[in-house]
Design a binder for this molecule. Structure first.
Ligand SMILES: Cc1cc2nc3c(=O)[nH]c(=O)nc-3n(C[C@H](O)[C@H](O)[C@H](O)COP(=O)(O)OP(=O)(O)OC[C@H]3O[C@@H](n4cnc5c(N)ncnc54)[C@H](O)[C@@H]3O)c2cc1C
Ligand code: FES
Length: 285
């Protein structure tokens, strides 16, 4: 069987553990029963399709990559039919998996300064990248800004506690009480850019946040090819066959979900979305 045929066939995966981690969000640990070489090679920012018999499939990003036993984790927010059913599953139950799919975040080598900007559940696709830098101490200087609406809406509590000891992490809330920073992630760009401008910016969250963050970076002198976004589109096949996930004339499942900002703008512009781009209404493109 060829690689494409293999990638559309679900493999069995067992739910090992889960715990609540944020508002209507849960941290899940799964275990693949049939491990393949590509699982260990998964890049942070890639995604997998979770298959629930009777409910369908949906894409989710990895919080941690599959280990040598096939165990990995994901942060999943309750949204509709599939995630409602997933939240009802008990440890030990078997579901389906396809992946890994798409393009992950770029790799950085040497002493580069990277800024990661995340909003809400958008921290999940950046988690693997942050974890790699925090663990390997490769010389990359990573600064993270994480914004959420309020204290209870923050996700990945255990990971944030671990990262805060290893790298600079600014947490900020739209509605902050005493002892918390106030404002959107953009409110803290002065602090970060005042130290030294980053060499690259990775951004994931609501599309309005990503677009505003990218514009703010451009306004502060960064080039569009120094900025990366992770976009969310409706996905079905996950492998460039069904055409449900267009970004311009590219497939977000295959060519994304991470896009360099100059390429992303060009794709949208070519597909006639220049006006939406200027208004920050990219979801309609
Ligand atoms: C590449 C990628 C990675 C993702 N990673 C994660 C993750 O790590 N954690 C997580 O919680 N979610 C993630 N998502 C979103 C997740 O796939 C959806 O929330 C999921 O499909 C919901 O399924 P459902 O059947 O429970 O809800 P549905 O009934 O399908 O949807 C509930 C509501 O959400 C809207 N919706 C669902 N999916 C999308 C979408 N892709 N774009 C716009 N609106 C949508 C629907 O229109 C509806 O209003 C990711 C999406 C993509 C494309
Ligand atoms: S999800 Fe089918 S082409 Fe992208």
């Amino acid at each position: 069987m060829n690689a494409l045929a293999l990638s559309v066939l679900p493999r069995p995966m067992r739910l090992l553990q889960r715990y609540d981690d944020g508002e209507d969000a849960r941290h899940f640990t799964f275990q693949l029963e049939d491990i393949r070489a590509e699982d260990a090679g998964m890049m942070p920012g890639q995604f997998f399709m979770l298959v629930l018999p009777g409910c369908g499939e949906a894409p989710f990003t990895y919080v941690s990559r599959p280990d040598d036993q096939g165990r990995f984790s994901a942060l999943i927010r309750r949204m509709g039919k599939l995630t409602e059913a997933l939240f009802e599953l008990q440890p030990g139950e078997v579901l389906g998996y396809r992946g890994p799919f798409g393009q992950g975040w770029p790799r950085f080598y040497g002493k580069q300064r990277i800024l990661a900007v995340a909003g809400g559940c958008g921290l999940a696709p950046l988690a693997g990248f942050i974890e790699d830098v925090a663990r390997t101490r490769s010389g990359t200087h990573l600064q993270v800004i994480y914004g959420a609406r309020h204290v209870g809406a923050r996700v990945l509590s255990r990971e944030r506690a671990r990262w805060s000891g290893a790298l600079p992490l600014i947490e900020t809330l739209d509605q902050a009480g005493p002892g918390h920073r106030q404002g959107t992630p953009l409110a803290h760009f002065d602090t970060v850019f005042g130290q030294a401008p980053p060499d690259a910016v990775l951004c994931c969250g609501p599309e309005v946040l990503m677009e505003a963050a990218a514009r703010e970076c451009l306004g502060r002198g960064l080039r569009a090819d120094q900025i990366w976004l992770s976009v969310e589109r409706r996905m079905h096949c996950g492998v460039g066959l069904c055409g449900h996930c267009y970004v311009g004339d590219s497939y977000a499942c295959r060519d994304g979900p991470t896009y360099r900002y100059d390429r992303y703008r060009e794709l949208l512009r070519r597909s006639g979305c220049a006006r939406e781009l200027d208004r920050g209404e990219l979801r309609h493109c």
